[in-house]
Design a protein. Structure first.
Length: 119
């Protein structure tokens, strides 16, 4: 029996759900997108990555891949990392430190590192 909750997993890992008419008759299938909320470091909030039917990953209209950088609303930059575990993707995002070297006159220089919570 096919219901609105019936899903099938294809060989490539995509999940499809039955599309039923108002009378409950199967009339097609639709791709069920895999979605994952990703914490942006400690302070950048979250962003949702969505897997398309062609197995690419997207944040809104932007395709993302392992190692891509994403700029959060607070202006901080985070590196996105995707790891596969038992056939499932797990995304994480790490804050990219901003480093600036400042000359100290004739006394050399010092490197300043901006923390995630600094403007």
């Amino acid at each position: 029996m096919i219901t609105a909750e019936t899903t099938v997993t294809a060989a490539n890992g995509n999940v499809y759900a039955a599309v039923l008419s108002p009378e409950g008759v199967p009339i097609g299938v639709m791709h069920v997108a895999a979605m994952q909320d990703v914490m942006l470091g400690e302070l950048g909030g979250t962003v949702t990555v969505t897997q398309a039917e062609d197995m690419t990953w997207w944040i809104g209209e932007m395709e993302v891949k392992n190692g891509d950088e994403y700029t959060a609303a607070n202006g901080n930059v985070y590196v996105l990392t995707m790891e596969e575990h038992e056939g499932h993707a797990h995304w994480s995002a790490m804050y990219q430190q901003v480093m600036v070297t400042v000359a100290l006159g004739t006394q050399g220089s010092v490197t300043l590192v901006r923390a995630e919570d600094m403007p």
